[in-house]
Structures are given as C-alpha cells and as structure tokens.
Design a binder for this molecule. Sequence first.
Ligand SMILES: [Zn+2]
Length: 221
Amino acid sequence: MRTCAGCSLRIEGEWEHCPLCGGALHGRAEPSPYPAVPLRFSRRRVLRVLMLSSLGVIVLSFLAQLLFGHEAESLGVLRSVWLGIATTWLVVLMAVSKRRNLAKFIVYLVVAAGGVNVYWDFLTQWSGWSLTYVLPILCSASIIGLLITVRLIRMELADYVVYSGLTVLLGLTPIVFLSLGWVGVALPSVICGALSIAVVVLLLTLRGGAVRHELATRLHL
Ligand SMILES: [Zn+2]
C-alpha cells in the first residue's frame, strides 16, 4: 500500500502521484483491486476501419470520375463522395454510441437527407441528380455503415435479421425509382442494388456461423 506524503491518503493500485492532491507517494505499489473490464469494441479499431473505408471511397470516387469523365463533373462528385462518407460515419458513430433504434435512425437519415436533396433538385429545375446519384449514395453508404457496425459490435441473431431486412430495403429503394424511369443514369442505382445483395449474403453467412457456434456450444461439439 502506498501513502501520500501530502494528505496521508492510502492508495491501492499503480498510481504515479496521489490522485487527490498530486503529491509524491511512498511505499510499495500494489496491483489495483478492480478488475480490468475490456471494452466491447476497440475505439482504435473503429477509427482504423473508418479511415480505411473513407480512403477506399475516395479512391473509388476518383475511379468513377475517370470512367465517367465530363458527365460526372457537373454533378459535384466530391460533394457526393463526402455525403457518402459522412453518412457512413454517422451510422457507425450512432451504432457505437447508442445501439438501439439504429435501423430507425438509418431510415430517418436516408428519408431526411434524400428528401432535402430531392427538394433542392426540384428548386433548381429538376434534372434528376438527387434520385440518380444522391439517393443511391445515401443507401450504399448506410449499407456500408451497417456492415462496419456488424463487424465491430457483437450482435444478437435478431439484430442480424433486422439489419438484413434493412439492407434489402436500402438496396431496393433506388431500384424502384430506376424502374419508374425517374433516374437519369442507371449505374449508381444498379451498384447500390448489387451492394445490397452482396451484404445480405455476407450477413446471412455471418449469422450462419453464429447459429453453428450456438449449436456447437449447446451440443458440446
Ligand atoms: Zn495526497
């Protein structure tokens, strides 16, 4: 047990200075009596994954610009990319800070941000950029955010079902507008739909693993 020279406080745990007055400590340090409680997710890992995803999105945006050239220039590619990154960030940060109601939050986010852009498009002589580009970007970014969330935070099987359903919904929304003929260029909506299918397959694969693990534990395999 260490003792503070200043206030005579007796201190357990490995402190350099007195936690009360900051004074020097005497005596031998003892290990802390409290158990070290591990976090359910690693903040460093969250940040690393987000940084890598953001970088990936930026690289993809440059590739898209190369592929589509002048067509994409007038649409503010950079602005759309940052909208996508911001959406992914919001979804993951929301998931990390408050797990419940994540699905509802994503629906509100897509409807609100999509609605503002459709109205903006309407005000600036409707050319369909909001439905052609912004909506698929919002939906794809939310799907990527969901995928990162599922990889970072341990979830119950019911959550996988909810998030799989939401992923299908997010992938279908741009496809619905595409089939209505309200979309100028098909590719962004098609990419969003394909991403949604890929992520649902991945989620179901992950869930399959969880089910197998559960069975193996119960049956002592
Ligand atoms: Zn002290």
